[in-house]
Design a protein around this ligand. Structure first.
Ligand code: V0V
Length: 139
């Protein structure tokens, strides 16, 4: 049910500084920016030039609050890779299939992700130490 690697998420303390770093040194461009209050993040999606529509993105995630998922991650692990996101066509079906295989999903129901996508997560302890996000893009 995985159709693509949607994005790789990096926890950063300062979103503007991180955007400047990735655009200056790697030539990435900002495709999207938003605040997600429920997730407690200010985030940006970056892509390689000329890949619009097909790209795997880099998601920069800065905390809105210390007690958010990113705030806690930064306090414990410091800045760095926080998540790997697989694109799926149906997040509810994907979550149900993984639950049936004995993996813990973080949410009973999918939540709202970037650009009105629907997202759920596999617990990192059930996925080899990697926080795996499942993302169904908005249709
Ligand atoms: C925690 N652990 C991780 C981890 N976060 N391991 C790998 N990758 C991560 N990102 C480890 C942690 O070190 C502990 O290991 C263990 O998991 C359990 O940690 P915990 O202290 O019980 O739990 P917390 O409070 O650290 O929470 C971890 C979870 C939390 C994964 C439950 O971060 C969460 O709910 N994440 C999902 C939401 C999220 O990440 N939102 C921000 C992105 P030891 O010490 O026991 O060995 S929002 C987003 O992606 C959007 C909007 C989007 O893509 O559209």
């Amino acid at each position: 049910f995985v159709t693509a690697i949607d994005h790789v998420g990096i926890a950063v303390p300062d979103l503007d500084a991180a955007i400047a770093f990735h655009t200056e040194h790697f030539g990435l461009e900002v495709a999207h920016e938003e605040v997600n209050e429920e997730q407690g993040v200010r985030e940006a999606m970056l892509r390689a030039p000329g890949t619009a529509g097909t790209e795997t993105a880099i998601q920069l995630l800065a905390p809105l609050r210390d007690d958010s998922a990113i705030g806690k991650f930064l306090a414990k692990s410091g800045p760095g890779l926080q998540q790997l996101a697989y694109r799926v066509s149906d997040v509810d079906a994907a979550a149900a299939a993984l639950r049936a295989q004995g993996l813990r999903l973080l949410y009973d129901e999918a939540k709202r992700g970037t650009s009105d996508s629907r997202v759920n997560f596999v617990h990192p302890k059930d996925a080899g130490g990697v926080l795996v996000e499942l993302v169904e893009p908005a249709h």
